[in-house]
Design a protein. Structure first.
Length: 223
């Protein structure tokens, strides 16, 4: 049991990183995969999905409760709804399982095309937040950050996209799965305490860290 605890007040969202995964939840390395880092998101809304526990209730012949018990609920997955005010073409094509439209050599993504069918591509989502108030830095003067990670995301559906006399926001809704060991080793290790890991039944990571977020860039990179 921990003998001390960390208190931090999360505020804002400064960076989002999206990393392409294979069907098993492992990061795709080299030119076959992509990494995108952006600040052009409006919000990431997390909604845990629970299965209610089975309820057992029985009365005796005189109407008195004989059995009154309910099992604990079970977390099945987490739904993520993300809204983007800046559309990064490569990242949008990845999360929506779309075909990226490109031009030139080397290729530059200029758009994407959405086809009917099942969304098959998977990715991880990491979001960094600031720490508000007096806790913004640790005792040694290092800036602290809140690190949020959803290690295995997919089944992404498009949300509303409105063209009007105003800004247009791209919205997606996704579902999580548990983390893979490869993702933990290749992606999250720098943002976790030394010796800690993430297990294959864990869907969301929240940690206070002094490791700075990755550099923002429009162009995707690789692992």
């Amino acid at each position: 049991m921990a003998t001390h605890s960390t208190c931090a007040t999360p505020i804002k969202g400064t960076h989002m990183r999206i990393i392409e995964l294979d069907a098993c939840g492992a990061p795709i390395t080299g030119t076959g995969g992509q990494v995108s880092v952006t600040k052009g998101f409006v919000q990431v809304n997390m909604e845990p999905q629970y299965e209610d526990g089975v309820e057992f209730f029985e009365r005796t012949a005189d109407g008195s409760p004989c059995v009154n018990q309910k099992d604990d609920p079970t977390l099945k997955r987490i739904n993520l709804t993300s809204q983007f005010c800046e559309v990064n073409v490569s990242a949008a094509a990845l999360v929506t399982s779309a075909r990226e439209l490109t031009t030139g050599t080397p290729a530059t993504g200029t758009g994407f095309a959405i086809a009917e069918g099942n969304p098959t591509r998977r990715y991880s989502v990491e979001v960094w937040q600031e720490v508000a108030g007096a806790g913004a830095c640790d005792a040694s003067g290092q800036q602290r950050y809140i690190y949020n990670a959803w290690p295995n995301v997919g089944a992404t559906q498009l949300g509303a996209y409105v063209v009007e006399n105003g800004r247009s926001t791209l919205e997606t809704t996704s579902e999580t799965r548990g983390a893979s060991e490869q993702w933990v080793n290749q992606v999250a290790a720098d943002y976790l305490p030394a010796g800690e890991t993430i297990y294959d039944d864990e869907h969301w990571v929240w940690n206070v860290t002094t490791t700075a977020p990755p550099t923002l860039a429009c162009d995707p990179t690789t692992l």
